[in-house]
Design a protein around this ligand. Structure first.
Ligand code: NAD
Length: 247
């Protein structure tokens, strides 16, 4: 018996990285999954690999009409919608005094307004299903500042705050809303970047399936009393700083 038997999930940014790992693990736990992304080729490839339990749809999270179509696909193809994972995101770097206004507008649009759009589009369907779970992927950059990351950090703090307010608004509909705050995870987003993990208590970066494992808990009925909460999954990075391991 799977931990998500009978549930239907919509995962944004589901074509690769953390979103694809969540989609794969949800399927393994018995859910049906609609994965939405702007990377149609990657998404279709994933659907081919994971089989009929996963439907790929084109979804630009900045476009409310795309969200409506993705929610409709879940209800039409799989009968209902019970889980929304707002995972799509982008990152851009730059000192705040040099960060272009267009990049600021774009990162807020994708990382924050995209989450708002998703919640708005999915909430009626989740209510029709008798309740459900929304999981918003923020970051440890939603808990503390990072240099050269003002746009990303602002967007991820925004996701954390939006999560709290949405949890208050939707609790009476049986919809739980929580945020997830990963540290450095090895995905296409971080490929090519170098990270010093000497100060991180577990002295390593994380892997997408580790985030997927937390998402399963938050999506499943076993977390039925959990809402408006933030879940840090960062190898201890935000708990404090440890000395680098001896050479
Ligand atoms: P990724 O780049 O591998 O995956 C992100 C996905 O989002 C991609 O498939 C991309 O096409 C999609 N996407 C981007 N813009 C979109 C849009 N407008 N509409 C729909 N889809 C869009 O990155 P990832 O590391 O898997 O990141 C997933 C989430 O986790 C992001 O929100 C990211 O900010 C967050 N996160 C990642 C890390 C990390 O270290 N990798 C750490 C903390 C938080």
């Amino acid at each position: 018996m799977g931990r998500l038997d009978g549930k239907v999930a919509l995962v944004s940014g589901g074509a690769r990285g953390i979103g694809a790992a969540i989609a794969e693990r949800f399927l393994a736990e018995g859910a049906k999954v609609v994965a939405g992304d702007v990377l149609d080729e990657d998404g279709r490839q994933l659907a081919g690999t994971l089989g009929a339990g996963l439907r790929y749809v084109h979804l630009d999270v900045t476009k409310p009409a795309d969200w409506d179509a993705a929610v409709a696909a879940a209800e039409t193809d799989f009968g209902s919608l019970s889980i929304l994972v707002n995972n799509a995101g982008i990152v851009t770097f730059g000192r705040i005094d040099e960060y272009p206004q267009e990049q600021w507008a774009r990162i807020i649009d994708v990382n924050l307004t995209g989450v708002f759009n998703g919640i708005k589009a999915a909430a009626p369907a989740l209510t029709r299903a008798g309740g459900g779970a929304i999981i918003n992927v923020s970051s440890i950059a939603g808990l503390r500042g990072y240099e050269q990351l003002s746009g990303y950090t602002a967007s991820k703090y925004g996701v954390r705050g939006l999560t709290k307010s949405a949890a208050l608004d939707l609790g009476s509909s049986g919809i739980r809303v929580n945020s997830v705050h990963p540290g450095v995870i090895e995905t296409p987003m971080t490929a090519g970047m170098t990270f010093d993990t000497g100060h991180v208590p577990l002295h390593r970066t994380g892997q997408p399936p580790e985030i997927a494992a937390l998402a399963v808990y938050l999506a499943a009925d076993e977390s039925s009393f959990v809402t408006g909460a933030e879940f840090v999954i960062d190898g201890g990075e935000t708990a404090g700083t440890v000395a680098p391991p001896a050479p």
